[in-house]
Design a protein around this ligand. Sequence first.
Ligand SMILES: [Zn+2]
Ligand SMILES: [Zn+2]
Length: 321
Amino acid sequence: MALRRGPVVRDPYWGAGALPWWKGQLHTHTARSFDGDPNVPPVRRSALYQAAEYDFLVFTDHDRVTVPSGDGLPAAGGAAGRPFLAMPGVESTDGSAHLGVWLLGDEASAAVVDPPIVPSARPPAERIESWAAAGALVCCNHPNHVSAPLTPEQLESWAGAGVPFRFVEVFNTLANRSPEALAHNLEVWRRAITAAGPEQPVWATATDDSHRADVGNSWITVAAPALTPAALRQALLAGRFYASSGVQFSFVGADLEANGILASAPGATTIRFVGDVGAPRHQVEGDTAHYHPQPGDRWIRVEASDAAGRTAWSQPFWIDA
Ligand SMILES: [Zn+2]
Ligand SMILES: [Zn+2]
């Protein structure tokens, strides 16, 4: 949308105010993972998230496609009395990269088979290409994790070459143990966003990566017209969601009245507008702030943090100067 004066902002949240928002978990393990909890089979994992007031999850067991059928799918009304959607996926696991592979919608239905159709021993860029060609949405998981580190240079080079990963996990409850871990992941994401460009944007996720019975520290919130795999797939590809380790936006998007990007996050104490150069372009102490893009801004994203450091990360808004 065009602001009153100045640049055109590509707002991934345009129109989201009229849609329902769904809370989801894109990275979680069950007893089917080699290091999973034998007491958490798929049906219990779904029930745990349902009880924590999530609306959906994607199963991402290590190198096993877990399908929410039979013992894996709670009743639609569920124990918590609300609709819940569990969807198939896998974590393609190798020291060269852990990849989140989400098998959402008809496009990916042929890949919903176990064992996975793409071997994890193949080089990561090849795995991403093959999974994407099979209709999967692919995420570069926990870049900071010592067991499978990913560098800014790696993702920049993949994104520049058109390798079709569309998501980077900037926050992972299990793997993010320090400010340095988060800083690394944000730098990986920054380089990927810029190299991939506005036509193939790279969006951020936050996940629990729970292997035990603990859930509910991190999530994404997605604006989609319905709680279906097809609608969620479309919203994820459009970036109509944000990532959170505990803070919620009540509004984030381009705003004509504010003549810029407006963000409001109840409970937040700091809002930062971070640019493609990596440093904040504008920072406000409070729970509401706006920013008018300045000459030279290629893209801007918004972070809202509370006093405990919990954060919501918006997706990037590309600026057409
Ligand atoms: Zn992993
Ligand atoms: Zn994992």
